[in-house]
Structure formats: structure tokens, C-alpha cells
Ligand binder design. Structure first.
Ligand code: HEM
Length: 225
């Protein structure tokens, strides 16, 4: 127990925690997107999928707690690492340094903060129905929670859709650097593969951006209605 605690307190330990929790969150984002993309298959598919998730009962709650723990730990350790880095380097580097680091890596804390704000808003919107209670209360013809109708109602508002797309852009910026640095933190990168790894990170992040943004765009263009 004590050795685990002291490992976590090392800089390497913290980076490994960032990598493992980041990997779990990355996995969630992909699975969640694949599930949501069923909106293109129509209300029956999406609402049945929602009901299936609800039917998992205890398993769904275990996944939710796991997700919450991963988000909490990811943010807690990120804040600790940032504070430690600041304490170790009270005088900031000047511009020649910022030219070297990628835009995504320099903006990790800002993109992370905005993604967190997005998640809070998103939960209030679709999970708790606080921002749009009438859409959240919709039922389909089989008496199921009408997730399809709720998502269409939400994305029919251009401001809501634009905020989602903006948040997806920042999420992908965050994921592109996160994907690359998690290989470094876990010590499984080879410098000669860096360029390929960066390319893969950008392709994955772009795929997530396009997949998630396609939903609000399709609703606004009335491709999905
Ligand atoms: C256009 C993109 C997205 C759509 C259409 C969407 C849709 C939804 C819907 C409909 C729910 C509620 C499901 C239900 O009540 O049964 C939900 C829950 C959730 N979403 Fe999203 N989502 C999107 C993107 C994201 C992203 C990018 C994240 C994370 C970064 C995220 C995180 C969550 C979380 C944590 C929940 C709660 C899951 C639970 O506790 O069951 N979503 N989403």
C-alpha cells in the first residue's frame, strides 16, 4: 500500500496514471460515439440501444462509477502535475520553446478544462434533462425513453449544435496529443516511430471529431429528423 502510494507520488507514477485513465476515457469516447451513431439507423435502433444499456442495471452503474473515477483521477493528477511543473520552473520558457511544442500539447490544460465543462453541460442536457426537461421526458411508441427524439430536439437548436461541435474540436485536440503522449508515458514508444504515431493520433482524433460532429450537422441539415 505504502509503496503504491509512493509510486503514485513520483512523476513517472503520475504520468502512468494519466496514461491509463486517459486510455480508459478514450475507449469510452469511441464506444459512446459508435453507440450514438446508430441515430443514422433510425429511432428504433437508437432507443433499443438506450433500453439495452439501462437493462444492464448494476453493470451500467459499475461502468458509470469506473468512468467517474477515471475522470476524477485524470483531472486530479493533471492538476498536481501542472502545479509541480510550475513550482519547478517559476520562470516560464520564452517563445523559442513554444515553437517546438505542438499547439495541442501546449493547450492540454485549456482543452481539458473546456472538455470537462462540456461533459458537465452534456450530462445536464441528455442524462439529467435539466436544460431541456420536456425533450428528456419524451417516450416513443413503445413507451421507451425517446433518446432519438431528445437528441433531435437538442441539436435542432443551432447554438446547442455549434457548442457541441466546438467542444468536439477541443476534445479532438486534447485526444490527439493525449494519444501520442500516453505511449511515451507507458514507455512503449520508439523515437523512429514518432512520426507514424503522431499521424495515427491525428487520424483517430479527426475520426472522432467527424463522427461526433456528423450528428448535430445531420440534424441541422434535416438529414436526420
Ligand atoms: C454528438 C456527440 C454526442 C451525442 C449525440 C451524445 C449523446 C448522449 C446521450 C443521448 C446520452 C444519454 C443516454 C441515456 O440517457 O440513456 C449521453 C450520455 C453521456 N455522454 Fe454523450 N453524446 C455525445 C458526445 C459525448 C462525448 C464527446 C462525451 C465525453 C467526452 C460524452 C459523455 C457522456 C457521458 C459521460 C454520458 C453519461 C453516460 C451514463 O451515465 O449513462 N458524450 N450522451
Amino acid at each position: 500500500m505504502n509503496s503504491t502510494k509512493s509510486y503514485i507520488n513520483t512523476s513517472v507514477g503520475k504520468k502512468v496514471i494519466m496514461a491509463i485513465t486517459g486510455l480508459a476515457l478514450y475507449g469510452f469516447v469511441i464506444m459512446h460515439m459508435l453507440g450514438n451513431l446508430q441515430i443514422f439507423a433510425g429511432p428504433e435502433k437508437l432507443n433499443a440501444y438506450g433500453q439495452f444499456l439501462q437493462s444492464l442495471g448494476g453493470l451500467l452503474w459499475a461502468a458509470r462509477f469506473g468512468l467517474l473515477a477515471a475522470v476524477g483521477l485524470h483531472i486530479f493528477v493533471a492538476v498536481k502535475l501542472t502545479l509541480e511543473n510550475q513550482a519547478a520552473r517559476p520562470i516560464p520558457y520564452y517563445s523559442q520553446h513554444t515553437n517546438v511544442a505542438s499547439y495541442a500539447s501546449r493547450t492540454m490544460k485549456y482543452s481539458g478544462l473546456i472538455v470537462f465543462a462540456f461533459i458537465v453541460y452534456h450530462l445536464l442536457h441528455f442524462t439529467f434533462g435539466v436544460t431541456d426537461p420536456s425533450a428528456h421526458a419524451l417516450k416513443d411508441s413503445m413507451g421507451r425513453h425517446d433518446i432519438y427524439g431528445m437528441v433531435i430536439a437538442g441539436f435542432s437548436n443551432p447554438i446547442v449544435s455549434a457548442s457541441y461541435i466546438f467542444a468536439m474540436g477541443l476534445l479532438c485536440l486534447h485526444l490527439s496529443h493525449g494519444f501520442f503522449s500516453l505511449f511515451q508515458s507507458l514507455g512503449i514508444n520508439q523515437p523512429e516511430y514518432d512520426a507514424k504515431l503522431k499521424l495515427a493520433a491525428n487520424v483517430f482524433a479527426l475520426g472522432i471529431f467527424l463522427g461526433n460532429s456528423s450528428m448535430p450537422v445531420a440534424v441541422l441539415l434535416k438529414i436526420v429528423a
